[in-house]
Design a protein around this ligand. Structure first.
Ligand code: AHZ
Length: 331
């Protein structure tokens, strides 16, 4: 549902933003009164809460409903087609494009935090609005996020509106499983017996709370997920960030990291999108993790490059998928 252009703006009381217009109310991009009336009617609660009662349940039923599904998913995704490490704005954008383009592929998203979304719940310095430079508004239109058109850039009234909408679409795909509160601790690698080429062939995971305690508890071995392609979008260096490129460095698979440079919005956004690629056999990197690999500038609080790096990352993953799958199946 594409938000209509600013010229259709109408004034609904105090609401004067360009997306507070009739067609966004009619189409349900902004929930309307009829939707709430229908909800009340279907619950039969309008002015009638006295006789309200939930359907019956036993506690073990709740427990089994959760655990059966989770362990089925662990079993199913132990062999994934694509693993995305990090559910920030780049990883989620890539997941959206990948899941929609290839409903036949199993996509596991591993997110260290309890809350997926990375740094995209707020704009800069904990302010609310999210800025995207054009043409990234095309991505907002694709996922149905309303925005204000400011000429060369657009503004989403709250970053959480972008992230929650994107997340809800990604989670609705039947071929996507998000394992949150789960950290990628290491990479699975394979050496081609003939060419001796090293490649990434999956990830090593653990509950994040366990990962945080390797220094004071012993014998907490991890779990694994095999996959022909890993897409890493773990953000720039920090307590958790740039995980995969740092691990490639420490295992001697790459010689050095460029190290993220100072802020330059103009240079940074184009560079991140253009450089999104398979940086090592079996591993595509997108978003701010790339700045650590290549020595690119940071862009600060403008998020268009994260969405479009996600779009390009999905394209890069699909370009190499058949070759990497063939190699993965034979080893
Ligand atoms: O929790 C991390 C976050 O949600 C997650 N993550 C990091 N390491 C992980 C690991 N296992 C599992 N080892 C891990 N998950 O990865 C996510 C990264 O999200 P992000 O928002 O930090 O990165 P991004 O590249 O998608 O977006 C960057 C947004 C920025 S930073 C920036 C600047 O500093 O100038 N500007 C922008 C737009």
């Amino acid at each position: 549902m594409a938000p209509p252009p600013a010229t259709e703006a109408v004034n609904y009381g105090e609401l004067t933003t360009s997306y507070a217009n009739k067609s966004n109310y009619d189409s349900g991009v902004i929930p309307n009164k009829e939707m709430v009336t229908r909800l009340n009617q279907s619950l039969s609660t309008t002015n009638n809460w006295d006789g309200f009662k939930f359907a019956p349940i036993r506690e073990s039923t709740v427990s089994r409903a959760m655990t059966r599904r989770y362990f089925n998913d662990l079993d199913k995704y132990a062999e994934s087609d694509i693993v995305i490490v990090g559910a920030g704005s780049c990883g989620l954008s890539a997941a959206y494009v990948l899941a929609a383009s290839r409903p036949d592929l199993k996509i596991a998203i591993i997110e260290g935090g309890v809350a997926p979304g990375g740094g995209a719940w707020l704009g800069g310095q904990l302010f609310s609005a999210m800025i995207m430079r054009k043409p990234a508004e095309k991505f907002l239109e694709a996922i149905g996020v309303p925005y204000d058109d400011e000429g060369d850039y657009v503004v989403v009234k709250h970053a959480a509106l972008f992230t929650s909408t994107l997340l809800s679409k990604v989670l609705a795909f039947p071929n996507v499983k998000l394992f949150n509160a789960t950290t990628v601790e290491d990479l699975i690698t394979r050496t081609d017996p003939e060419t001796k080429e090293l490649r990434v062939a999956g990830v090593v995971t653990n509950w994040t709370l366990v990962s945080l305690h390797h220094d004071d508890q012993s014998c907490m071995d991890p779990n694994t997920i095999n996959a022909p392609v890993v897409l890493s979008t773990t953000g720039h260096d920090g307590p958790f960030g740039a995980f995969s490129v740092k691990r490639l460095l420490s295992m001697g698979a790459i010689e050095k990291l460029g190290g993220m440079r100072g802020l330059d919005m103009q240079l940074a956004e184009d560079a991140i999108v253009k450089q999104t690629r398979e940086i090592f056999p079996g591993m595509v990197v997108g978003g701010m993790e790339l700045s650590e690999m290549d020595g690119a500038n940071r862009m600060g609080p403008t998020f268009g490059a994260m969405a479009l790096s996600g779009v390009k990352a999905a394209e890069s993953v699909l370009e190499i998928f058949d070759l990497r799958k063939q190699q993965n199946d034979s080893q």
